[in-house]
Ligand binder design. Structure first.
Ligand SMILES: N[C@@H](CCC(=O)N[C@@H](CS)C(=O)NCC(=O)O)C(=O)O
Length: 241
């Protein structure tokens, strides 16, 4: 299983006693972290990295003050990683920290490119669409009907690109699962939970084939046994009105 990930040539295992600050189990996809294995993420599972997860939901004021004091650069956005002598925010830094083994520079660069696109473009754009429609936050993001519509249009454009890129391809880079696949699939899952409904899924077979292939990996299933897929797109209505 370890060989399916592109590794850093000079990496070393992360020491024990790592805390990864993630959203609460009542937010998907982290929801699934709770019942099966509270102390893992798919990447940690694949790489046998011991982790302890701390729940933080800044928008619900859960652990927010402590989190912000520990990770000022994060400005209340998760994730954050704490290890002996190390406090990190920024997803790309966190998921690439502690990778082991060897891997070609070319593939590593390709994996990083997809991860950066997923992290900076895909999830941030998708969030413009679905985040303001999520009920139950004590500190919700501002709702603006036109901004949500614009986020939807922009998301659809990115997802069309994803659909095209995945035509005839099982994995993003090379012939194996990499962190790029996990990251894209987990970010797509945020959309699937709230806005990418049954009709959308039918129209995007390549994205869904890729998503299912990642979701069916043992290491992913162990941490996220069940992704939540919405049947009907959450309408663009202020849930706090
Ligand atoms: N640049 C940061 C962005 C992190 C980020 O956007 N986190 C999202 C969750 S995936 C978040 O905390 N969103 C809550 C919000 O926007 O209020 C990174 O790469 O880690």
């Amino acid at each position: 299983m370890l060989s399916t990930i592109v590794h850093r040539p000079h990496g070393s295992p992360m020491p024990v006693g790592i805390w990864l600050y993630l959203p609460s189990p009542d937010l998907i996809p982290s929801k699934a972290l709770a019942p099966s294995d509270k102390n893992k993420t798919p990447k940690a599972e694949l790489e046998q990295i011991p982790l302890e997860l701390a729940e933080v939901i800044p928008r619900k004021n859960v652990g927010k003050a402590e989190y912000m004091a520990k990770f000022p650069l994060g400005h209340g956005k998760i994730p954050g990683l704490e290890a002996p002598g190390l406090r990190l925010t920024e997803t790309i830094a966190i998921v690439t920290a502690g990778l082991l083994g060897d891997g070609s520079k070319e593939q590593e660069a390709e994996v990083l490119a997809v991860m950066s696109w997923a992290n900076q473009e895909l999830i941030q754009t998708l969030a413009l669409w679905f985040l303001p429609l999520i009920p139950g936050f004590s500190d919700p993001p501002p709702y603006d009907h036109a901004a949500v519509e614009a986020g939807k249009v922009k998301s659809q454009r990115l997802l069309t690109t994803l659909e095209t890129l995945l035509e005839g391809k099982q994995w993003f880079v090379g012939n194996h699962l990499t962190l790029a696949d996990i990251m894209v699939a987990v970010y797509v899952s945020r959309g699937l939970e709230w806005v990418l409904d049954a009709k959308w899924r039918e129209a995007h077979p390549n994205v869904m084939r890729h998503f299912s292939a990642v979701a069916e990996q043992d290491a992913v299933k162990k941490v996220i046994p069940q992704f939540v897929l919405i049947e009907k797109e959450t309408p663009n209505v202020n849930p706090y009105a």
